[in-house]
Design a binder for this molecule. Structure first.
Ligand SMILES: NC(=O)c1ccc[n+]([C@@H]2O[C@H](COP(=O)([O-])OP(=O)(O)OC[C@H]3O[C@@H](n4cnc5c(N)ncnc54)[C@H](OP(=O)(O)O)[C@@H]3O)[C@@H](O)[C@H]2O)c1
Length: 336
C-alpha cells in the first residue's frame, strides 16, 4: 500500500533533502506532499524532485504555519485528498532577525565551553520576534503552534486503530530548558524565541505520545545538527557567500571534535530519514535523535536523552489546548 508522507517546509534545506532521500529509497510506493507557504518555490522543488525521480507521486499543498486560517484550510484540503497520513514531518521553521553576539563568541572561544558553544549556539544567538496577524508571537506560531493546530485538525487521518502514524519534529540542539518559561510559552519577554520554540516542540512531542499512542499516533524529535541552509546563512546576512566557503575548512576541522557539524542538508536529514524506516512503537519518547557526521564524513543517528519531564509537558499541553480554544473562538467571531 502507498505511504502518504507530508513534509512542512519542504521547498528548501533539510526538508527538501529529506524528500530527495525518501524518493531515492522508494520513488514509486510513496505519495509525497510538499506543504509550503511559497508556492513558486514549492513548484521549483517539485520540478527538481520529478527530474531525478520521474515516476514519483509528488503533490503540493499551500501551508503557512504562522497563519491559523492557512493551517485550517490546508488540513481541510489534506482530509479531502487522503483518507490517511502515514508520516507528518513538522519541519518548517524560522529564526528571524538573528543577532550574533561577537563579543560572547570570542569570549566563548577561549573558555572551557567552546565545543558546547560551537555545537549549540548557546549564549551567542538571540532573535527579534514579531507578531502575526492572529496576534501570536511569530516564532512560536511558525515553529510550534501552527504545527500543533495542524496535528489537531488532521486527527481523523492520523489516528486509526490497528495502524500507526508518525509525527517527526525537526527540533534543534539549541532547544534549551533555560529559554522556555511555562508562564510565557510564546516567549514574549525573552530574546531566545527560537530556542524556546524548539524546547516547546520537545515537550509537545512527549505530551502527544502520552495522549495519542493509544490511537496509533506516535511522535519523535530529531536534531539535524549544524547545517548550511538559508536559516544558518541568515545568522550573518551581510557575510558574503565566498567567506562562508572560506570558512568550510574550519567547519570540517570543528567536525573532528563535534560530529554535530553535519553541514549539508543531505547529512542533516539523516535522522529524519532514519526514523522513516523505524517502527514508531519501538522509539523512546524521551529521546532526541541526532543526525551526526564523523570527521571522515560518515553519517549516523544517535539517540540522546532530552531534558524534558512528563509533568512540564502535561502543563504545557493543557496551555496549548487552552490557546487553541481561544484562537478558534476568535476565528469564529471574525467569521460572524
Ligand atoms: N540549519 C540548521 O543548522 C538547523 C539546525 C537545527 C534545526 N533546524 C531546523 O530545521 C528546519 C528546516 O530548516 P533549514 O535549516 O532547512 O532552513 P530553510 O532552508 O530556511 O528551511 C526552512 C523551511 O521552512 C519554511 N517555512 C518558514 N516559515 C514558514 C511558514 N510560516 N509556513 C510554512 N513554511 C515555512 C521555509 O519556507 P519558505 O521558503 O517559504 O521560507 C523553508 O522551506 C527548521 O525547523 C529549523 O529550525 C535547522
Amino acid at each position: 500500500m502507498n505511504k502518504v508522507v507530508l513534509v512542512t517546509g519542504a521547498n528548501s534545506g533539510i526538508g527538501l533533502a529529506l524528500c530527495e532521500r525518501l524518493l531515492s529509497q522508494d520513488s514509486e510506493d510513496l505519495q509525497l506532499v510538499l506543504a509550503c507557504r511559497n508556492m513558486r518555490r514549492a513548484q521549483g522543488a517539485c520540478a527538481a524532485l520529478l527530474t531525478s525521480h520521474p515516476k514519483a507521486q509528488v503533490a503540493l499543498l499551500q501551508l503557512d504555519t504562522s497563519s491559523i486560517s492557512s493551517v485550517i484550510s490546508a488540513a481541510r484540503e489534506v482530509k479531502l485528498r487522503y483518507n490517511r497520513l502515514d508520516y507528518l514531518y513538522l519541519n518548517a521553521g524560522i529564526m528571524p532577525n538573528p543577532q550574533f553576539d561577537v563579543k560572547a563568541f570570542f569570549k566563548g572561544l577561549f573558555s572551557s565551553n567552546v565545543v558546547t558553544m560551537l555545537a549549540t549556539g548557546a549564549g551567542i544567538l538571540t532573535q527579534k520576534d514579531d507578531v502575526t496577524s492572529d496576534g501570536l508571537q511569530e516564532v512560536f506560531a511558525t515553529n510550534l503552534f501552527g504545527h500543533f493546530l495542524l496535528i489537531r485538525e488532521l486527527e481523523p487521518v492520523l489516528c486509526h486503530t490497528g495502524r500507526t502514524s508518525q509525527l517527526i519534529w525537526t527540533s534543534s540542539i539549541n532547544a534549551h530548558r533555560s529559554a522556555f518559561n511555562l508562564e510565557d510559552v510564546q516567549h514574549l519577554r525573552g530574546t531566545q524565541p527560537y530556542s524556546s520554540s524548539k524546547y516547546a516542540s520537545d515537550l509537545l512531542s512527549l505530551a502527544i505520545n502520552t495522549h495519542y499512542n493509544k490511537q496509533g499516533l506516535f511522535s519523535s524529535v530529531i536534531c539535524p545538527g549544524f547545517v548550511m541552509t538559508s536559516l544558518t546563512y541568515g545568522i550573518l546576512p551581510s557575510f558574503p557567500a565566498f567567506l562562508w566557503t572560506l570558512l568550510m575548512p574550519l567547519f570540517w576541522l570543528i567536525r573532528m571534535f563535534t560530529n554535530n557539524f553535519t553541514l549539508t542538508p543531505y547529512n542533516g536529514a539523516e535522522a529524519l530519514f532514519g526514523l522513516f524506516k523505524q517502527n514508531p512503537e519501538s522509539l523512546d519518547p524521551q529521546v532526541k535523535y541526532h543526525s551526526l557526521t564523523s570527521g571522515l564524513g560518515n553519517n549516523y543517528t544517535q539517540p540522546r536523552k532530552m531534558d524534558v519531564d512528563l509533568e512540564t509537558s502535561e502543563v504545557f499541553y493543557d496551555k496549548l489546548l487552552q490557546l487553541e480554544s481561544d484562537v478558534r473562538k476568535k476565528l469564529k467571531e471574525k467569521q460572524i
